[in-house]
Design a protein around this ligand. Structure first.
Ligand code: HEC
Length: 224
């Protein structure tokens, strides 16, 4: 049953759809006395609605079919590749100007580099090589227990007393084909710190072992 809202309101027009803004239309159907209004939606609303409808196919085609946009994983991978490239460039640049002579006669004699290297050593290396580089921890009773690393103050250099070799060992980790000290190998610190920090730590180690590291014309003297 359809009744106007009040006596003065004209009966709304009956039609399928409203065609003008502000026009009030009652749809022709009526079920159990329930009628349905149709009113034109404002154009700003329709514009947003159709824009969202259009957005999805465009996104789907661009993203999945044409590959215009990158997935998060691809973005991360390309950023990681850039970081790796920058790292290996920094390493190449450092290696280009690094040799035993530069390490022993420049870096290890530069007090600022040695001080930075000591700081890096105490923060990262002393857990396994000890603060005094003895690779031992002295307990309260005076008893000492060995730490996992090799001593770096005993004049023995397992992989040769070459300054550049120490840089490589610390940067790349100890060789994978060597069983390691008590079965333990050392990780590649180049993954965790830039070449400059490693050079400084080597400078510090050389400055504490000046007898062991000498610039040689041929092969560096290797310890047994
Ligand atoms: C988790 C323990 C650990 C930490 C931390 C560690 N090392 Fe080592 N390091 C070792 C082990 C184990 C070896 C011996 C590996 C082998 O025998 O091949 C070693 C070997 C070395 C060697 C070679 C010594 C030699 O006689 O030839 C140097 C140099 C060295 N480490 C320097 C460093 C520096 C510098 C750091 C800090 C940036 C560091 N280590 C941090 C465990 C560690």
């Amino acid at each position: 049953m359809s009744t106007p809202l009040n006596n003065t309101t004209p009966e709304p027009r009956r039609a399928e759809y409203a065609s003008r803004e502000g026009e009030i239309v009652i749809r022709p159907h009526e079920y159990d006395g329930i009628q349905e209004y149709d009113q034109m939606l404002p154009n700003w609303w329709l514009a947003i609605f159709f824009a969202t409808l259009l957005f999805f196919p465009l996104l789907w085609i661009g993203y999945y079919q044409l590959g215009f946009m990158k997935s998060d994983e691809e973005k991360i991978n390309s950023q990681m590749a850039l970081i790796e490239k920058a790292k290996s460039k920094a390493l190449d640049e450092m290696l280009a100007k690094l040799d035993d002579d530069a390490l022993i006669n420049q870096w290890a004699k530069d007090p600022a580099a040695v001080a930075n290297g000591k700081e890096t050593y105490l923060a990262n290396c002393s857990a396994c090589h000890a603060q005094d580089r003895s690779a031992k921890m002295v307990l309260a009773g005076g008893q000492s227990i060995p730490l996992p690393g090799l001593p770096l103050n005993d004049g023995q250099w397992k992989y040769g007393a070459s300054a550049l070799r120490q840089f490589q060992l610390i940067n790349d980790g100890t060789p994978a084909d060597n069983p390691g000290h008590n079965g333990a190998r050392m990780e590649a610190w180049g993954q965790k710190m830039p070449p400059l920090k490693i050079v400084e730590v080597v400078a510090y180690l050389i400055s504490e072992n000046t007898k062991d590291f000498v610039v040689s014309t041929g092969d560096a003297p290797a310890n047994p």
